[in-house]
Design a protein around this ligand. Structure first.
Ligand code: PNS
Length: 161
């Protein structure tokens, strides 16, 4: 069984993330979507909330078992602990690449069996990010094209609190 891990902050999950999840699920037998529990950041949503928002957003993809969980520490160690040999990263623009290239090599240095596969996001979501969603939502902008339908109300309620 080929397992991949798709790590991120997902604060909150966007349609761009969802697009990458579905693309990866069409390639791998098992996909673990892993939310980083990063104590040095102050996220909008707690880790538990982010995990729940992702669980409520993802569709069933035949042929792939999708799990959603959280992790802390090094991604390379977490990948090993769940039997993943591939890290999935979404690329939106060339500007993402330099940082991601460095991360991919660092992860492979720590865990030499761990490769990173870059999937191109749909061009519809090239400019989309969680921080854009947070800013738009906070100031009354329309986030309906950017966030999975099932969680839109929860994201808007949280941002307008
Ligand atoms: O959605 P993000 O915030 O861009 O995701 C970043 C993430 C979670 C993929 C990255 O910060 C990460 O892997 N953090 C875990 C620590 C780690 O392993 N760092 C890389 C090697 S030093």
């Amino acid at each position: 069984m080929k397992t991949a891990v798709y790590p991120g902050s997902f604060d909150p999950i966007t349609n761009g993330h969802l697009d990458i999840i579905i693309r990866a699920a069409n390639i791998f037998d098992r996909l673990v979507v892993a939310v980083l529990n990063n104590s040095s950041k102050t996220p909008l949503f707690t880790v538990e909330e982010r995990v729940e928002l992702i669980r409520d957003s993802i569709p069933k993809v035949p042929g792939c078992e999708i799990e959603v969980t959280s992790f802390d520490g090094l991604l390379a160690d977490f990948a090993q602990s769940i039997g993943a040999t591939t890290v999935i990263k979404g690329l939106r623009a060339v500007s993402d690449f330099e940082y991601e290239f460095q991360m991919a090599l660092a992860n492979r240095k720590i865990n030499h069996r761990l490769d990173t596969a870059f999937l191109m996001t749909s061009e519809r979501y090239m400019y989309l990010s969680s921080s854009l969603v947070r800013d738009l939502g906070r100031y009354g902008g329309d986030i309906s094209d950017f966030v999975p339908l099932k969680i839109q109300k929860r994201v808007i309620d949280k941002l307008r609190k």
